[in-house]
Write a protein that binds this ligand. Structure first.
Ligand code: MN
Length: 239
């Protein structure tokens, strides 16, 4: 059976013992897409807008993967918090351009963690640069690298796309591995999930075919958590 193609964005940088330049993304994203009946296709960072448009021509939907911080200059903040760790190799500019073009095409987008932040910045929103010092929170939004454990909960707006996907659940225990979070929400996007400390945990665009960003990592809970599988299933169905 023909599978719909989901383009997954990558990081770019020198990694591993040999410090060679690589395009890379954690395997959990493509594994979750495969198990949801999709064909994952990794999209490397490019600075060429013709190549970027060709990437979008090839896919039925876009998954914006997690990663490091977005450079604060991209949402208008001149002063960069010392804890900021940005992506190398032009990933920010590439993904922002990719999102704007994908939204113009009304291509289905599922955005995870940094992906939600990219969505918000690309469409005109801003971020908190450093959650621990900028938001009054007792929650650990930045757990360890594997993030397969649920560390806090989110409250979901009833009737939203997210609310329907999780069958009307009003609170959802989630994992959390993020340093930044959405501050001013971009025009056209709405908040559909909040943590108890007010941190934005989901954004969506109600007039889009499918445009949903979640601040947590459903790909890392795929095996054990029905709502996480439901998110990928809903995305797959929209393609
Ligand atoms: Mn969180």
């Amino acid at each position: 059976m023909t599978r719909k193609i989901v383009g997954i964005t990558c990081s770019q940088g020198t990694v591993g013992d040999w410090q060679l330049p690589m395009d890379y993304v954690r395997c959990a994203y493509s594994a979750a897409c495969e198990k949801s009946g999709l064909l994952p296709l990794l999209l490397p960072v490019t600075g060429d807008q013709v190549v970027r448009a060709a990437q979008l021509d090839l896919v039925d939907g876009l998954l914006l993967s997690g990663g490091l911080d977005i450079h604060p200059g991209l949402y208008g903040e001149g002063e960069v918090h010392p804890s900021t760790e940005t992506e190398a190799g032009g990933r920010d500019a590439h993904e922002i351009a990719l999102v704007r073009e994908a939204v113009a095409r009304d291509l289905p987008i599922f955005a995870i963690c940094r992906g939600l932040q990219v969505l918000n910045v690309a469409l005109g929103g801003t971020l908190f640069q450093d959650l621990p010092t900028q938001v009054d929170t007792e929650w650990a939004h930045r757990q360890g690298p594997h993030s397969s454990e649920k560390t806090h909960r989110t409250c979901i707006v009833p009737g939203s796309r997210l609310g329907k996907i999780v069958s009307g659940m009003e609170t959802l225990p989630i994992n959390s591995h993020h340093h930044q979070a959405a501050k001013d929400v971009a025009p056209g996007l709405v908040v559909t999930a909040l943590a108890d400390d007010g941190v934005v945990e989901a954004l969506e665009k109600p007039d889009a075919r499918f445009l949903l960003g979640v601040q947590w990592h459903p790909e890392n809970l795929y095996e054990t958590d029905a709502p996480s599988r439901a998110l990928f299933a809903a995305f797959a169905k929209a393609l």
